[in-house]
Design a protein. Structure first.
Length: 241
């Protein structure tokens, strides 16, 4: 998950960053949020592009653009990013509905308050909507079955759009997928999405959309360990949600 924190106080940014990492460690072990800090709305908006951020925490009272003004400018370009206001007052709570804010965190807050705000923000829905961009092609993580190489092409096998082929190094794609623990390195030049694996059968991953991804006998023990660890974590997440 990509999260932005817009606040003119460094201590407040550090507190939010700490809460984010603690939340993911407790609920989604193995997955760390990608967090960036901004001191004001102008700094954030100067490099803002639609779809770049999953969730944005915005301090209401800042020099220059206010949090509400910053949120309005975000909504002019991006209708999907989750917006959470962080403020010392609830006086703008009604106004926040105009920008479809999904949370309101009032200072001083504790970790319990932060957890409730994340639940209201719909973290699981945000995670399900994650995607990567390869050569300007956007690919939802959940539609990826596995990735491999063929000749000079890097390939993404999907269940709805067939095989997507790109002229990029396989290592570049691996880097895009590395923050997400469901993507298991099967062997050099092959990555399988554990979320789309129905079961392991001998020396194959059997995919839920049909088809198999084979691996070598020497990799079996390692891959069994990775896959079973991921299954345990998924069951743990479901129990916590």
């Amino acid at each position: 998950m990509r999260a932005a924190i817009i606040d003119d106080m460094e201590l407040c940014r550090e507190d939010l960053r700490g809460c984010l990492h603690r939340y993911f460690n407790e609920h989604y072990a193995g997955e760390a949020p990608d967090v960036a800090d901004f001191e004001n709305g102008e700094d954030f908006l100067s490099g803002f592009t639609p779809g770049a951020w999953d969730i944005v925490f915005i301090d209401q009272y800042m020099d220059g653009l206010s949090g509400m003004e910053t949120a309005r400018k975000i909504r002019e370009k991006d209708a999907l990013a989750a917006l959470v206001f962080v403020t010392t007052s609830q006086s703008h709570a009604v106004e926040s509905y105009g920008v479809r804010a999904c949370g309101y965190l009032v200072k001083p807050y504790n970790y319990g308050d932060f957890t409730k705000t994340m639940e209201l923000a719909g973290v699981e829905k945000i995670r399900n909507a994650r995607f990567i961009s390869v050569e300007r092609e956007r690919v939802l993580l959940r539609e990826i079955l596995w990735c491999d190489r063929e000749a000079h092409y890097t390939q993404i096998h999907t269940d709805g759009r067939g095989v997507l082929r790109f002229r990029v190094p396989f290592g570049e794609l691996a880097g895009l997928l590395s923050p997400y623990p469901q993507f298991l390195p099967c062997y050099k030049g092959c990555i399988v999405n554990a979320e789309r694996v129905e079961r392991m059968d001998g020396l194959d991953f059997v995919m839920d959309a049909g088809g198999k991804v084979p691996f070598a006998q020497r990799e079996k023990k390692r891959l069994e360990g990775l896959y079973h660890a991921w299954l345990f974590q998924r069951e743990r997440e479901e129990a916590l949600l």
